[in-house]
Design a protein around this ligand. Structure first.
Ligand SMILES: Nc1ncnc2c1ncn2[C@@H]1O[C@H](COP(=O)(O)OP(=O)(O)OP(=O)(O)O)[C@@H](O)[C@H]1O
Ligand SMILES: [Mg+2]
Length: 184
């Protein structure tokens, strides 16, 4: 299906219950060296890290997690519920660290979010692979329309009408295509 190299970036966005975590788990299962920030404990069988402070973890704990990942080098860093730690101030810095610094250390990344506007533009623009499931919010849709080039205006308009588990996939060559649900 979608082949991710260990040093590439991927963003998965879409509204609640559209299949982000399911596709993320499929991809991560095939990546040997990975560290997963897992606030909801959905990747425990893949050896994930569940924050100990608060429901989604604190910024301090998140920063520490990222620092440790980057120290290890050549690991793939996945962040679930990433909008909790992106969008403004210090949190954004931490995420940009993963994205920009991580690459110098051979680290790839996966960011998973319900709200692309709450995540950040850089994450989308620097990602090699982008998966966009159905979105409902007006701002989120506008964000995606701007992200997809004019060539894909029709596809962008379809984002809010995608069926359950369908998604638009933008590959490393920036070719966008509507994809059927993955087979479970
Ligand atoms: N391709 C698929 N085919 C059939 N069922 C699916 C598929 N993808 C996801 N599901 C089912 O849909 C439900 C929601 O999926 P999932 O948890 O992956 O969504 P999500 O986008 O991560 O949701 P949330 O925004 O709440 O985190 C799960 O029960 C899952 O098994
Ligand atoms: Mg999920």
């Amino acid at each position: 299906m979608i082949q991710i190299e260990h040093d590439q970036g991927i963003v998965i966005a879409g509204m609640k219950g559209c299949g982000k975590t399911t596709v993320a788990r499929h991809i991560l299962a095939k990546i040997p060296r990975k560290r997963i920030w897992d606030p909801l404990g959905q990747y425990v069988d893949l050896g994930s890290y569940k924050p100990k402070s608060g429901h989604f973890g604190t910024i301090e704990e998140f920063s520490f997690f990222i620092e440790q990942c980057l120290k290890e080098k050549n690991v793939f860093i996945a962040v679930e519920e990433c909008e909790q730690f992106a969008g403004h101030g210090k949190q954004l810095d931490e995420l940009l660290n993963v994205i920009t610094m991580g690459r110098n250390f051979g680290c790839g990344y996966m960011l998973i979010t319900r709200r692309p506007v709450g995540a950040n533009v850089t994450a989308f623009e620097l990602a090699d692979h982008v998966l966009i499931f159905r979105l409902r919010g007006r701002n989120d849709r506008r964000f995606v329309e701007e992200f997809l080039s004019d060539e894909y205006a029709d596809l962008a308009a379809e984002i809010c009408h995608l069926q359950k588990y369908e998604f638009v996939y933008v590959n490393p060559d920036n070719v966008a295509k509507k994809m059927p649900p993955i087979d479970l």
